[in-house]
Write a new protein. Sequence first.
Length: 237
Amino acid sequence: MSASIAPRLMTENREDRLRGGTASLSQTPICDHPRCALQGAPAPAARSSASRNPAFAPPRHSQVSQQRTSAVAALRGQAFGFTLLEILIVLVLIAVLTSVISLSTARDPRQSLTEQAQRLGLLLTLASDETRIRQQPISWEGDLKGYRFLSEAGGERRLLGDDDLLHERAWQRPLTRLAISREGQLQQALLSPDAATLRLSIGREWVQPRWRIEMADGVVDVAVEFDENGIGGVANR
């Protein structure tokens, strides 16, 4: 009977030792930090033995946070940075687009003088209408630098500088030739800046002779023709 009791006692002692070890492990305090709780790290008091051996010590929170910060900064630099080649390509594209826009918006000198001739025709038509309505003579004077309108009321010539439309104007580019023809016959021509100013008197009659103003700037020649009604327009050359 004693032989059968001995193995039973040994088995009970082994089970008691296992229960005691499990209870001691379950009673070991756990660190309350979230990272330690997930990793199952012991409390600081219980980590004294582990801290003696650096190979088995858990990583410090400051080191982990620094590693994460440096990794995030590296990712941000890779995501939002530009290489030197990309910057050079963008600068080249901007330069090309700027040159294309400047070339497309550059004014054609031929078109510029044509527009000035059209404006001159409209202004002379307006001056002719005012002369007929007010019965006050108006004259036009022009040279290679510009032109102006003058009133001759009361025998006194006065520059219409205060008029919103009939004020003095300058050519956008100096002319090389300016001439006036009447009924197909050349009346006056101006080829030098030192020559006398051309002068044209706008008649007060409702029916007037045809006359023509020719101008050139070295690039294109333009003419403004006026019919018997005093209406001007750019002529084809």
